[in-house]
Design a binder for this molecule. Structure first.
Ligand code: PGA
Length: 255
């Protein structure tokens, strides 16, 4: 069984004090949600601070991630952070979020280098793919993009990465994809990777619609933006995922 993953992408939000309160609140509330993995992705400038609250490799189920990184280890790359830096405070890194591709012009070959670098530095990339607008051939295009992003990965690496399907039209719009549609696209994307690869949905996830996604056979978790900034909402979603696993385990034990 794939361990569900609930990731919170804080984007460019929170003051230092907010980040402290949010991380502490989530850590305290998430203490018993050990059936799932929770990944907090604060702004990179707060990662070290949040790592004091959620120390790297201290919890088996509570982890940190960076929202982005450059692929080189060190050097004259003003404004960037490197895999060596991320590794000291986090275990995951989001790569290719649509805000990076749309607002900062990051392209597939560049993103593929970041994926390679993350894996070479024992970081788990959360690779984002999603279409701009609903179009008849969008599923085929996404499959094509994911093939390019993962072309040189070994079988073991394909199992280690996380894929987040985030339709751009659903991000921050209040209009999520339907769970059935997300399942259909994610099932197609899964064929590019492996049965063991965790696949997330992201885009206007709330505590009202999360269960619909989590109930789909190929959706292993959620990448949450806006709703990850509220302790109660984020924990409600995480608890739904955890409860579901507990329920599945008890059903599978029945004769
Ligand atoms: P949203 O963002 O939940 O606010 O739509 C999701 C994301 O961009 O990862």
């Amino acid at each position: 069984m794939r361990t569900p993953l609930i990731a919170g992408n804080w984007k460019m939000n929170t003051t230092l004090a907010d980040a402290h309160i949010l991380a502490t609140g989530i850590r305290n509330e998430a203490e018993h949600l050990e059936q799932i993995e929770i990944v907090l992705c604060p702004p990179s400038i707060w990662l070290t601070e949040v790592a004091h609250i959620v120390p790297p490799r201290h919890y088996s189920h509570l982890k940190l991630g960076a929202q982005n990184m450059y692929f080189e280890e060190t050097g004259a790359f003003t404004g960037e952070i490197s895999p060596l830096m991320v590794k000291e405070v986090a275990e995951y890194v989001i790569i290719g979020h649509s805000e990076r591709t749309h607002l900062f012009g990051e392209k597939v070959p560049f993103l593929a280098q970041k994926v390679r670098s993350a894996l070479d530095h024992s970081l788990n990339p959360i690779i984002c793919v999603g279409e701009d607008a609903k179009a008849a051939d969008s599923k085929r295009q996404l499959v094509h993009t994911l093939e390019h992003l993962t072309v040189d990965l070994t079988q073991v690496e394909l199992e280690q990465i996380v894929i987040a399907y985030e339709p751009v039209w659903a991000i921050g719009s209040g209009t999520p994809a339907t769970p059935d549609y997300a399942q259909e696209v994610i099932a197609a994307l899964r064929r590019v990777v492996t049965e063991k690869t965790r696949m997330l949905y992201g885009g206007s996830v709330s505590d009202q619609n999360s269960l619909g996604f989590l109930s789909q056979p190929d959706i292993d978790g959620l990448l949450i933006g806006g709703a990850s900034l509220k302790i109660k909402t984020f924990i409600t979603i995480a608890r739904q995922a955890d409860d579901q696993i507990v329920a599945q385990k008890s059903t599978s034990k029945q004769p």
